[in-house]
Design a protein around this ligand. Sequence first.
Ligand code: 13P
Length: 331
Amino acid sequence: MTDLVADARSLVPPGKGLLAADESVHTATTRLASYGIPSTAETRRLFRNLFLETLGVEEYLSGVILFEETLGQEGEDRELFPRSLAERGIAPGIKADLGTEPFPSNEEELITNGLIGLPERLQEYKKQGARFTKWRAVIRIDGDRLPTAAAIHENAKRLASYAKEVQMAGMVPILEPEVLLDGKHSRSRSRAVIEETMGTLFSTLEEQAVDRAGVILKTAMALSGNESGRKDTPEEVAEDTVAALMESVPRQIAGVVFLSGGQNPDEATANLAAITKRAEQVKAPWPMTFSYARALQEEALAAWGGKEENVEKARAVFLERLHKVAEAVRY
Ligand code: 13P
């Protein structure tokens, strides 16, 4: 096994997962604003510090995905965050894309930027302690109209070019083509779009000679759209999610991790538990775990509210959620 394959597998060990703490400045500002917290470099540092310096997170986290700004900030232990995480056996990762913009061929869809200058940025991130990276593409469903094959294809090409660069730089790529929950679509449409997206992605990776054994896939679950008026049961979500992945994802990849995508924390936890159970039943070939941002952080952010006196309580809330989510992958 090459070092990169071993590194990729070390991110998905039994019973542990990833915290996505890689909200861009723009997204972090929106998140903080919804709890009445202003966004400055210092409040964003305190936001990261709340989660990353919680005692005991190493029991549940194999890695944390960081945003560029956080790589150079210090936590309350006066250490740079990447170093402090690594000392606790948690791999520091970095969001390597630069966000989305409208797809020129169809402006209702998005493509992800960040390939220009990527090799130089990767060297810099590596020097700052990053061991793995993430690139997020966004796939929007609207009835049978969207996504277009062209948008899926362009995003897949960029994901493959990113993965190639990251492997050349000696780091692990996490590929995140996120099929959005937004919309009126059915769960079966979500399943079909996940299958189509992954099918295109993995054939593009093959064309670009990316080492599949060294990549991790980050995916949404197959869910009815959030304006469909339907709530799926965990068993329904599990059946369609696992079936979509079994149909379209090569067995060689190092692991599959899930984003929460706007599900509430209890839904994201129950659906993950059902997925890991289903994966076991059908003998899915990959380790599966969580890589949540909102579902792990939102209760603790509400408890914190940006106030020093609430830090302890918020950390207890965070640990409680982490414990539940980790239980969901300890099937
Ligand atoms: P959510 O879990 O909030 O969907 O975020 C995961 C993520 O990394 C999105 O890019």
